[in-house]
Design a binder for this molecule. Sequence first.
Ligand SMILES: [Zn+2]
Length: 379
Amino acid sequence: MTPVRDNYYSENWYEATEKFRNNAEEFGDCLQWCVSDKTKYDIPYALIGNGPHKVVINSGVHGIEGYFGSAAQNMFLTEFVPFFDKNIRDNYTIVLVHVINGWGMQNRMREVRDFAHNGALVDLNRNFGVDFTQPDKLPQNPKYDIAHDLLLSTPDEHKKMLEIKKFRAKHLHDGVWAAISNGQYKYPYGLFYGGCTPMAENKMTLDIYDKIMTPDTKSLTSVGLHTGLGRFWRKAGRVTGQMLVSHPSNHENTKFFHKITPSVSPVVPDENAVNGPTILGDLVDCLENRYINRNIPIRTADFEIGTGEFPKMSPIFKRMDMGDARYDLLHYNRINLITWEHLTESWYPSDSGWRQDALNKAESLFNTLLHAMQTGKIK
Ligand SMILES: [Zn+2]
C-alpha cells in the first residue's frame, strides 16, 4: 500500500521552511543558510555526508513549483537519509537546496517580481549566467517576438485559446512555438523573461554551489525539481516524471542520466542543443560552464513532473494563462482571480491524487539515485 504523505506538503513558504529545518536537524549539524539582504526569503540547505562526490537536489527555482519540491525533499530527509550507510557518507555529500524562489512560492507565482525595475516578472531559470553588463548585447530571441502580442492580448477563455491553438499549428515546425519558452530579455512583462540584472536569488544559489564545490570535489551531479503542467484535468490527468537533459542523445551527460534514471521516468534529451543550450540563462547550463575548468564530471538535469495527458492543450493553456496574468498586471496591476486559479492549478494542482503520485515519482528517482550511489555509478 502506498503510504499517505500529505504531511510533507505545506501551505506556504514559512511552513515549508520550518518543516525542512526540523527534518534536517534530525541529522545533527547539517543545516546551513544562505542569507540575503535583498529578500527576506533566505535559502536553507542541508548537507548529508562528507564525501568528494557532490549530489545536489534543488527545488523551487520556479516559486510555485517549490510546493512539490519541498515535499519531495522532506520525504527524502524522512524516508531516505536515515538509511545512508558509512560508504555513502564517506564517498558522497548529498545537498538539498530548499526553495530558491521563496517570494514566488509564498505568492504562488512561478516567477519573482523585480520591484526595482517596474515589477517585471523574472523567470529565475532564465537569469543564470547571463552577462547583463551590456544591455544591447543581451541574447536575442526574435522568434518569441512573433508570439508576444498574441500571448498578451485581451483575455478571452474561448477566442484567445482558439487563436493560440491556430498559432501553434502554424508555427509548430518553424521553431517559433518552441522559442516562446526559450527565454527573452526584451519584454519585462513578456513570458519567460530573464530580467535585466542578476537577481538576488540567483546570486544566492550560485554562492551555495560555490560553497559546495570545495577544491577536493571529484564530481557534481545536480538535479532540479520542477513541475510544469498546464491545467491539470482530474478526469484525464496522469502524472508523468521526466528527466530533462539540456544536451543531445549522444552527449555523455545524457547517457549518464539514462544510466541512473528509473525506467518509469524517461530521459528527454534536447537534440537541438548541439552547439550550445537552447534555453537561455538556465541553471543547469550555467553550472556546467561555471565549473568547466575543474575538469571533473559536471552533470545537471531537471526532473519535471507533468500530466502527460494533453501534449497539445497543456502548453496552449499554460501559455495563455501566463499571458493573461501579464495582461492583468499591466492593465489593472493585479491578476484576475480566475487567471490566478488557473495559474495555481497549472503548476500545483490541488488534486490529492496528483500530489501523491508526484511524490511516488520523486520516490523512484531518489531510489535510483541512492542505488547509483551504493553501486558507485555516480563517480
Ligand atoms: Zn520549473
